[in-house]
Design a protein around this ligand. Structure first.
Ligand SMILES: [Zn+2]
Length: 277
């Protein structure tokens, strides 16, 4: 009985030491605790590209998007709060080995593109060249049949040689791109459409964002929000559900139609290849 207080003290001491050790060894990494943690946002289009997939935000309409269209979430934080703000940061990039073809892209991914160029020049020095006959960049529209922003509308995507590298809703990869060429893009922080999980779009390379290789530059400073944060005055009631019993079937968008058409025909619907990404 005399030993019990001693053992309790010992246990308390052990607990305190363990807590201190835990703080020392498992505490927050000072390099990722502040502003740098916000630089890790992923713009990856597919988990198969090695970084968590982040869908683009919804737009207010489908198809062509006006300059005033608002861009929500981390895409807006880093790239511009509206299409007009994205456009103000577009720069021309000359596609390597394309007879001088140029595409408009967001300046935030220019460091990654310069890495692609350097790698392709090194490959050319070894006698390996993949020639580009067609190239596309910025296009202010949504993904076909969807309200989501196309990454082309954010200046994050480039299409190369679509004729030889067609979109496939059946998940069939058709490409004439050599592995070393694709790797030049993968290793510079781009997600290749040929790596997507359920469909294939090998013409399409999209930048994976602030966490991507060689990506961090001054153009990636987060933008201040457009609106000020105001404290809530009181509890907010749930908004009424717009769909009531007895309203009949509700159409949720063309994704459903696509699936119905797919099941009818036994294959994916054919869409213009340049609209599906
Ligand atoms: Zn594309």
């Amino acid at each position: 009985m005399k030993l019990r207080p001693v053992s309790q003290t010992g246990a308390t001491l052990l607990l305190v030491v363990s807590l201190i050790a835990g703080l020392v060894f498992f505490g927050p990494d000072p390099a990722t605790a502040s502003d740098t943690s916000t630089r890790r946002d992923s713009f990856s289009e597919s988990t198969h590209c090695g970084s968590s997939s982040t869908p683009t935000p919804f737009a207010s309409k489908q198809g062509y998007l006006y300059d005033s269209e608002v861009i929500l979430g981390p895409f807006g934080t880093y790239l511009g709060r509206t299409i007009a703000e994205v456009e103000s940061q577009l720069v021309w990039w000359t596609v390597p080995y394309s007879d001088g073809r140029r595409v408009r892209i967001h300046q935030a991914m220019l460091p990654s593109l310069e890495k692609v160029t350097a790698t392709l020049e090194a490959e050319a020095a070894q006698g390996r060249i993949y020639w580009i006959g067609s190239a596309g960049g910025f296009a202010q529209r949504t993904i076909g049949g969807s309200y989501r922003f196309s990454r082309h509308a954010l200046g994050l995507s480039i299409d190369l040689n679509p004729g030889q590298n067609p979109f496939s809703g059946d998940n069939v990869l058709i490409t004439d791109m050599p592995l070393w060429y694709v790797n030049a893009w993968r290793n510079a922080g781009f997600c290749w459409g040929g790596d997507w999980e359920h469909i294939k779009d090998p013409m399409h390379f999209s930048w994976m964002g602030p966490g991507a290789e060689g990506a961090v530059g001054p153009s990636l400073n987060p933008r201040p929000p457009k609106t000020t944060i105001t404290p809530l005055a009181g509890p907010i009631a749930n908004p009424p559900n717009p769909i009531r019993p007895g309203d009949g079937p509700v159409r949720l968008g063309t994704g459903r139609r696509d699936r119905r058409r797919r099941s009818r025909r036994g294959r994916a619907p054919i869409s213009p290849r340049w609209l599906r990404h």
